[in-house]
Design a protein around this ligand. Structure first.
Ligand SMILES: Cc1cc2nc3c(=O)[nH]c(=O)nc-3n(C[C@H](O)[C@H](O)[C@H](O)COP(=O)(O)OP(=O)(O)OC[C@H]3O[C@@H](n4cnc5c(N)ncnc54)[C@H](O)[C@@H]3O)c2cc1C
Length: 499
């Protein structure tokens, strides 16, 4: 059975795109950078198995070790000396106390979507895969999620009640990691702000091994820092946040031939200045693999994808999108009125683990010269192996101060710039060079800042992490770090060292 849009386009062909992009990995026969199973063999870790866990402790080379720490992004595989597969907040406390006693660094891994720094034998890793519980209070419109709940777990619990969190583009990232890094929603962000703006409380295990309930009143500074400071101040075991009515939306993606990319991007940069807050959008230059899993009209092509989410009246949405639709004849057009649950079709993110290399930045504006520069360095004619170069429109509620101040910063930026290259390790150097070229070429329009959730290993030096915050916020976070984690136990992350 096919699923037709009002334009007669088979939408499922577009929906399959994320899987198809991810499928480059399988089709290209790519390998993991360094498989955990191989790295786990033969080397002693020096950690003893702690007692009294509700979950499991796993040492390198033991059955289950490699699976427990297998990341979604295969570019960098962790190889800690001890894995605590936590089944409770009590387990997280045991792990933190053990690490603190040995002065060993400790990291948390939910899905392994975001690499920041390598994790080696000296480290303890807490995994949260077993902590996926979600409860909803529909009357108060509040959800409570355990540390390892995926965005999709939250949506499974809220959508039947007509409610949604301010979720991101894919259901398969962890709700805690997403929210602590800001939480930029391609559906509701411009309408309601960042996901972090709607947190009510955290349960947090700090470096002293205490489990604290952190609210704006219990510890305003910690509440400020955790929202935007990620795992620098402790490991979250549960999070409570506001929900919103889940609207149907007029949206999806429209894919143009790469030859039309310049026209689309020039029209887009003018168009974004005119749209209301209920319109969220992005554009992406993509190189799609020549693989059977990719829909024929776009197979093997350099394309430009326009992503739309309008949460107002459908006819108004259609009228708003019309000028962009008219830019050229699309290869695929799957923008239509859809239930909220169809939101993953807006971005069509990869659904299977892949090795991905990423770079990012923030742009203060997008004049015509910036579009020309981007097309020159990343457009269809550029000799460029990067899979995706994306500009997301910010503004609206994302630019306004939240009710409770947080460390989520650079709210004056107009666009995120994000590049991802799916590549085998032997091709990684070429991808990284091309990405560095894109970032350099766009630097005249950069704010100099960065958006934490899009910062991967290649952007996560201490210096770059400082760029994720204005100077006074960074100083404030370093003082908070001195108070709650003076030994910098939580340093295997986007690290903010104590003053
Ligand atoms: C395909 C894709 C689409 C994305 N779309 C969006 C989007 O639309 N908007 C957006 O804002 N971001 C988006 N992201 C980025 C994503 O939000 C971040 O990568 C996020 O950190 C993923 O969290 P995770 O827990 O799944 O990953 P992990 O790699 O498991 O964790 C990443 C980091 O999150 C922190 N963290 C995780 N769990 C805890 C915890 N319990 N306590 C304290 N810290 C914790 C830690 O610092 C950890 O190092 C996307 C990423 C991908 C790969």
């Amino acid at each position: 059975m096919t699923e037709q849009t009002s334009d007669g386009v088979d939408r499922r062909r577009v929906l399959g795109l994320g899987a198809a992009v991810g499928a480059t990995t399988a089709l290209g026969g790519l390998a993991t950078a360094s498989p955990a199973s191989a790295r786990g063999a033969g080397r002693p870790s020096g950690f003893a198995r702690p007692k009294g866990l509700d979950g499991r402790a796993l040492l390198p080379g033991e059955p289950g070790y490699a699976d427990e720490i297998a990341p979604f992004n295969l570019a960098q595989v962790p190889s800690p000396g001890l894995v605590i597969a936590a089944a409770s907040a009590h387990d997280v406390r045991i792990a933190v106390n053990l690490a603190a006693r040995r002065r060993a660094p400790i990291a948390v891994l939910a899905t392994g979507h975001q690499h920041s720094v390598p994790i080696g034998r000296d480290a303890v890793v807490v995994t949260t895969r077993a902590l996926r519980g979600v409860t909803v209070d529909p009357r108060r419109r509040v959800a409570r999620a355990q540390a390892g709940a995926l965005s999709g777990d939250v949506l499974d619990a809220t959508l039947p009640l007509g409610l949604t969190p301010v979720n991101g583009s894919t259901p398969i990232v962890g709700i805690v990691g997403y929210t602590l890094g800001g939480g930029l929603s391609p559906t509701l962000g411009r309408r309601y702000g960042y996901a972090a703006d709607h947190v009510r409380s955290f349960d947090l295990v700090t470096a002293d091994g205490r489990l604290r309930r952190v609210t704006p009143h219990s510890d305003p500074e910690l509440f400020f820092g955790v929202r935007g400071g990620k795992s620098n101040f402790g490991l979250v075991t549960a999070i409570e946040f506001d929900l919103f009515p889940a609207p149907d939306f007029y949206g999806g993606s429209i894919i143009f031939d790469g030859q039309d990319a310049a026209r689309l991007l020039h029209a887009y940069r003018r168009w974004v200045c005119t749209v209301p807050d209920a319109m969220s959008s992005s554009v992406a230059l993509m190189r799609l693999p020549d693989a059977e899993a990719v829909p024929p009209p776009v197979r093997g092509k350099a394309v430009a994808s326009l992503r739309i989410c309008w949460t107002g009246r459908p006819d108004t949405g259609a009228a708003l999108v019309r000028p962009l639709r008219a830019v050229a004849t699309p290869l695929l057009d799957a923008v239509a009125q859809q239930p909220y649950a169809a939101f993953p079709a807006i971005h069509n993110d990869p659904v299977d683990p892949t090795p991905a290399y990423e770079r990012t930045g923030l742009l203060r504006d997008l004049p015509g010269e910036a579009v020309d520069a981007l097309i020159a360095v990343a457009g269809p004619e550029a000799p460029n192996p990067v899979t995706l170069v994306e500009l997301r429109h910010l503004g609206g509620a994302l630019s306004r101060a939240p009710r409770q101040p947080s460390a989520v910063a650079h709210r004056d930026a107009a666009f995120t710039l994000f590049t991802a290259g799916i590549a085998a390790p032997q091709d990684a150097a070429a991808v990284r060079r091309a990405q560095a070229g894109i970032i350099r070429r766009m630097s005249p329009w950069s704010t100099g800042g960065m958006y934490l959730n899009f910062m991967s290993a290649d952007d996560s030096s201490t210096r770059n992490v400082a760029d994720a915050y204005p100077e006074h916020v960074y100083r404030r976070l370093r003082r908070l770090k001195r108070r709650v984690d003076p030994q910098n136990l939580f340093r295997l992350n986007h690290n903010i060292p104590p003053v």
